[in-house]
Design a protein around this ligand. Structure first.
Ligand code: ADP
Length: 308
């Protein structure tokens, strides 16, 4: 079975439903709330597992209730977990505000996730050697990410970095991975693109600049692939979006799963776009991860009769 190693942030996500986002100095009452474990890496690891990959996951949690819950939930799935307990820091916590239009605003306390260290990576090294793909995001310690990428290079496995949130603009790390998957806002920040830029101009500019494979996810517009000095635009599947939180995580997981299973980039993108489109029709993140059958049925519906 294809194997993916994931390093990421684990914490509790609290989703709050309201009509409009709050304005400063005005208290806003929410209509309802929902909790699930999460974090970009956490969601991606759970989704890779649901889509039929062998998954190993490294993360740091606090010695508290939320950390215990993150660990127990993931251990109830068939994921090989490496949760390191941090006695100094709390487990990460995120608040996600969802407006009546399905838009979201997210604030994250990264907590213990930022303290991932060399010793932790040492414990995980064999898992990277054993994997087909290493999947990373920007929610943990950047020095450890760099070291993990070096191990993956030694092991000659595919490295995928979802540079989200775009808090680091280290060009060396961007150039050191095989595949990059920012969303549009992250891509603008990382490549210093103008705020108003159309997809063609962005493709032309990045095709000259980027040496590795770059996939920019564009929300309900789909995504842009930049590869071998060319670019290709993939329009999104049309669905009725209910909650777009975590669409990028599900896109990344489904894409990484297809790459680990040795599919082409083109096939992996279409599959990932279908998985993410299905996910936005359901609320929350972990709750909205589709399975392989649902994705294949959806793709068939769109007359993309390919065998996955
Ligand atoms: P992120 O969640 O990281 O901001 P995006 O919003 O770009 O990522 O979404 C990731 C992918 O999910 C998109 O490339 C697209 O394929 C799919 N997607 C997101 N929103 C929608 C939508 N409203 N309808 C259809 N597909 C969507």
């Amino acid at each position: 079975m294809a194997k993916i190693a994931v390093i990421g942030l684990s914490g509790q996500s609290i989703f709050m439903h309201l009509d409009d986002f709050p304005i400063p100095s005005v208290t806003t009452h929410v209509k309802s709330y929902y909790e699930e474990p999460g974090g970009k890496g956490y969601n991606q690891a759970v989704a890779c597992n649901k889509l039929g990959c062998n998954v190993s996951y490294l993360s740091r949690i606090g010695n508290d209730y939320y950390g215990k819950y993150c660990k127990e939930y993931m251990e109830s799935l068939d994921i090989k977990t490496f949760f390191i307990k941090d006695l100094e820091e709390k487990t990460a916590l995120a608040t996600i505000l969802i407006s009546k239009n399905g838009e979201n605003e997210v604030v994250v306390y990264p907590g213990a996730s930022k303290n991932l260290n060399d010793e932790d990576l040492g414990i995980f090294k064999e898992e990277i050697y054993d994997a087909d793909v290493l999947l990373l995001q920007y929610e943990t310690n950047i020095d450890i990410l760099k070291k993990a990428i070096s191990i993956a290079k030694e092991a000659k496995i595919v490295t995928i970095l979802n540079p989200a949130p775009a808090i680091y603009d280290d060009q060396n790390i961007l150039e050191s991975v095989d595949i990059l998957t920012p969303n549009l806002e992250e891509a603008k920040k990382l490549y210093c693109l103008p705020y108003h830029i159309n997809i063609d101009d962005m493709g032309k500019y990045l095709a000259k600049k980027v040496r590795n494979i770059l996939i920019i996810t564009l929300g309900d517009k789909g995504c842009l692939l930049v590869k071998d000095k060319k670019y290709k635009y993939y329009p999104a599947f049309k669905v009725k979006a209910l909650d777009t939180t975590g669409a990028g995580d599900i896109f990344n997981a489904a894409f990484a799963t297809m790459i680990a299973k040795e599919n082409s980039i083109d096939k992996a993108i279409r599959y990932a776009m279908a998985a993410a489109a299905l996910s936005v029709t359901k609320p929350y993140v972990i709750n909205s991860i589709p399975n392989n059958d649902e994705i294949c049925k959806f793709l068939k519906l769109y007359n993309l009769k390919q065998k996955y």
